[in-house]
Design a protein around this ligand. Sequence first.
Ligand SMILES: Cc1ncc(COP(=O)(O)O)c(C=O)c1O
Length: 362
Amino acid sequence: MKVKFTNLYKLIPEKKKIINKINLLIKKSNFVGGQEVKNFEKNFAKFVGARFCVSLGNGTDALEIAIMSLNLKKGSEVIIPVNTWISTAEAIQNNGYKIIFCDVDLNDYSICIKDLKKKITRKTSAIIAVHLYGNPTDMNLIKKIVKGKKIKIIEDCAQAHGSRIKNKHVGTFGDVGTFSFFPGKNLGAFGDGGAIVTNSKSIAEFSERVRNHGALKKYDHKFSGRNSRLDTLQAAVLNIKLKNYNKAISKRNSLAKVYFKELKKVKKLDLYNLKKNYIYTFHQFVVRTSNRNKLQEYLNKNGVSTMIHYPYMLNELNFFPGANLRKAKHLGKKILSLPISEEHSFKEIKYISNCIKNFFSK
Ligand SMILES: Cc1ncc(COP(=O)(O)O)c(C=O)c1O
């Protein structure tokens, strides 16, 4: 059997509806702004349960603008988990602040709380929690830790559309949440896209201005911003995809259950330790083993394609600060992302699980 890691074309719901909508927008020459974008912001704010959603050009800009909106002191330190996509770190450095890398919780790859407590100093102005792989970070605990301190919280939800803690959507616990709609994300557009969500009117208005050269409307420039708008066609695609998204989350959860059932007894393989009352969205299903390269090779030989998110930790890149992190050390050599998406079948997931069991029984 051959199992692809993802098939983006198969993942598109209601293809005819999307194509008709795009045709209509092209006929009307609606390419930037307009009702589709406004509708998406309204729909996504409602989905997340935030007062405001400001759509943007991509998730990297969302992080950069989120940090900008907090107006942190010069020389501030911003703490992030070391296992994340490069954007989380870039956004800090591009704003002129200092990145402080924090260790990883091996139960679910969220930020290590024990190390986080150690990393907070008088210079810490913000923490960016990353809900990596769709696994929610314990935001209530982080809020408890920063209580009474002047520390802002950003949540990087680029991989966590629909992830919740006790029914509260990630991205709504801190000051601002950021999202990516890159095509490969669980909720992906037909190109780049991003957004911030917040309950703060001033953060929302500031972000709205930044994305449009400092202006809310034509020639209303209040400061020097940038161009980072979600375009109309992407917003239209996302409006249709959002309506179908809860179904996608349920399917991913059902498939994850198969992996857990089949693989929990494999001694040399570590799975996520799921928390009660959390809703996971399984953007990735990541397993960990010291035999990773051999396992990946074996799966490949048996027709199963896998990926690695990520092959190195960000403190290993020479243009970022170093850090001595016990749990994250060599993590990039042990993790493996198995295929999971709403278009995979139960049969495929069972096949992959059997291949893994065969590999470890040898
Ligand atoms: C954790 C995380 N943060 C930020 C981003 C950046 O999003 P984008 O690719 O839309 O700029 C991504 C997407 O790759 C991501 O996975």
